[in-house]
Design a protein around this ligand. Structure first.
Ligand code: KMH
Ligand code: ZN
Length: 311
């Protein structure tokens, strides 16, 4: 088995500041968390930006540039930039961060789905919210379709290739593997690929362990096991650690972080993303799987290197 690549998704764009006081919001806080997570064993940092004043998700490329530059200056970790954007952005707007920063890795979402966090709004009273935008933001996802049409996917393929950015394909359901297969056959998606099975999003596949096995078997059948590296994102607790453990045993990789889960144990908030990374490192150690350094992860994934980014 390859060494284990751990990715830390530090803040994301669906976790509300009201849910945890430990969510990093400013570029400095995000960079501090990146350093802690990297020191704990994360080889890759998945970056989203937030408005430093309001904590609201933003896709302003300049906020991304600031965060990526801070992380690059303070750790050797891979920086993976999101192209998930916000609810109000077109695919063109979401991917503009790729030509702007030319990152080593960027996310590439492989199909359209309902993508909702509206049940979170049912847990809080109006006076509970830390920021005025949060309630409406969460409730409005009841109407949200996370759009990744075939035309969008083609635009993402072209943009990533032009900038030598490795796609981190996000697979929210089995059908997304078939979307990917179509573009592998057309030659627009190149082998070997780097993909993540995302489970537990309301609108996508659930975190049952059988689903991870089925997606891995389907990917093996479509692409050949030698043609991709894979990772898992289990949303919520304990899904994050359940799918992580299975993936460690099966030869896959793991993502954890406040974008996906805020708990270190039942009902106990993690105080830093690093605690989530440390827990995965402990599980890996118990199961006899070595953890990859950032440079080992670069070699496993075939990345261009951090000297070739534009920040
Ligand atoms: N914008 C969310 C619906 C990613 O980082 O690429 C999903 C998302 C995933 O942001
Ligand atoms: Zn993300």
């Amino acid at each position: 088995m390859e060494k284990l690549i751990i990715t830390a998704a530090l803040t994301g764009n669906i976790t509300l500041p009201t849910q945890t006081p430990y969510l990093p919001l400013t570029p400095e806080q995000i960079a501090d968390e990146a350093v802690r997570a990297a020191n704990a064993g994360a080889a890759s940092i998945h970056v989203h930006g937030r408005d430093p004043k309001t904590g609201r998700p933003t896709t302003d490329p300049e906020v991304y540039r600031e965060i990526a530059t801070l992380i690059k200056g303070r750790t050797n970790a891979i920086v993976c930039i999101t192209t998930g954007g916000t609810m109000y952005m077109t695919a063109e707007e979401r991917v503009r961060v790729v030509p702007a920063l030319k990152p080593e890795v960027a996310t590439f979402n492989m199909g359209s789905i309902n993508f909702s966090i509206h049940p979170i709004a049912e847990r809080y009273k109006d006076e509970d919210y830390k920021y005025p935008w949060e309630k409406e933001f969460a409730e409005s996802t009841r109407e949200f379709i996370f759009r990744n049409t075939f035309a969008d996917i083609e635009h993402f393929c072209k943009t990533m290739q032009e900038n030598d950015t490795k796609p981190e394909h996000e697979i929210y359901d089995v059908g997304h593997l078939y979307n990917m297969h179509y573009y592998v056959r057309k030659g627009l998606i190149k082998l070997p690929m780097w993909m993540q099975f995302v489970t537990g999003i309301l609108g996508g596949i659930g975190s049952d362990l059988e689903n991870i096995m089925f997606m891995k078997q389907t990917a093996d059948r479509l692409f050949g096991a030698q043609n991709f590296q894979w990772s898992v994102i289990g949303c919520g607790y304990p899904a994050e650690f359940n799918v992580a453990t299975l993936s460690i045993m099966m030869g896959g990789h793991v993502r954890v972080g406040f974008e996906d889960n805020i708990f270190i144990a039942k009902g106990v908030l993690a105080k830093s993303n690093a605690e989530l990374v440390e827990k995965v490192v402990r599980i890996a150690k118990e199961l006899g799987r070595d953890v990859a350094t950032p440079d080992e992860a670069r070699s496993i994934l075939g990345l261009k290197g951090k000297d070739k980014v534009n920040y």
